[in-house]
Write a protein of this length. Structure first.
Length: 244
């Protein structure tokens, strides 16, 4: 079979499914450094749009480019469709079914690095999850990257080279008409943290001081013990996140 010309006039617009996958990321406020990332195990949303004919050449041009693609790279190659794609992503971001606050307790062990919080939890009559929500502040959602399904690239390559004729190509692409996403969009649920023991203690007292009768009347030595407890905790977290 002869190879196809560079124009892909035989290629029609195609309905493509985009799967949204979220990762929880944590940025340290003091160092402006990303210190934690954990992908979700489930999709958070899926949408379908009709891609223009240019999608074929865009996929072929990205054949040798490593995956996943930074969103800016994907944006350049899929410029004919990007406004529709981005608007669908932002529709989810404006009303997400999942937030960083929802996810934080699921990553309790990783975020706290196995640090023993019993003393602080007992002192303020709160749970480790409440400490997490106090430390890590939701900072919105960012579009991170796009992954094109390997088989999409492979099928386009076979068609472009002539190994597939039009019938072969359409047959191979049928799997993507059955809720198998052609593209996976990576979103980051961003949280920020300030690993400062004085700030942490101040937040604890402001949010949970009412749980501790007589907290305002602590002797200096007793208050210093509490401050030291928070300092040790913060030092452990910094070490866990590679900030020491």
């Amino acid at each position: 079979m002869a190879g196809l010309d560079s124009d892909t006039q035989q290629i029609e617009p195609i309905n493509a499914d985009f799967q949204l996958i979220a990762s929880l990321v944590v940025d340290d406020i003091a160092s402006d450094k990303r210190i934690y990332e954990a992908p979700s195990t489930e999709e958070v949303d899926t949408f379908t749009i009709e891609l223009q004919k240019s999608w074929f050449n865009s996929v072929f041009a990205l054949k040798g480019v490593g995956q996943p693609l930074k969103y800016e790279v994907f944006e350049d190659f899929f410029s004919d469709d990007i406004s529709n794609i981005t608007s669908m992503i932002m529709r989810y971001c404006s009303n997400p079914s999942l937030t960083a606050d929802d996810e934080l307790p699921n990553y309790e062990d990783a975020l706290l690095g196995g640090v023993n919080l019993d003393s602080i939890c007992e002192y303020f009559s709160i749970s480790a999850s409440e400490i997490l929500k106090l430390l890590f502040v939701d900072d919105g959602i960012e579009i991170d990257s796009v992954t094109i399904h390997d088989e999409v690239i492979e099928n386009v390559d076979y068609y472009k080279s002539g190994e597939f004729d039009e019938e072969d190509f359409k047959g191979a692409m049928k799997v993507f008409n059955q809720n198998c996403p052609m593209f996976e969009i990576g979103l980051n649920l961003v949280s920020k943290v300030l690993l400062d023991h004085e700030d942490f203690l101040g937040n604890l007292i402001r949010e949970y001081g009412d749980n501790v009768p007589g907290l305002d009347e602590l002797e200096d030595a007793e208050y210093e013990k509490l401050e030291h407890l928070c300092e040790v905790f913060m030092t452990s977290l910094k070490a866990n996140f590679g900030l020491l």
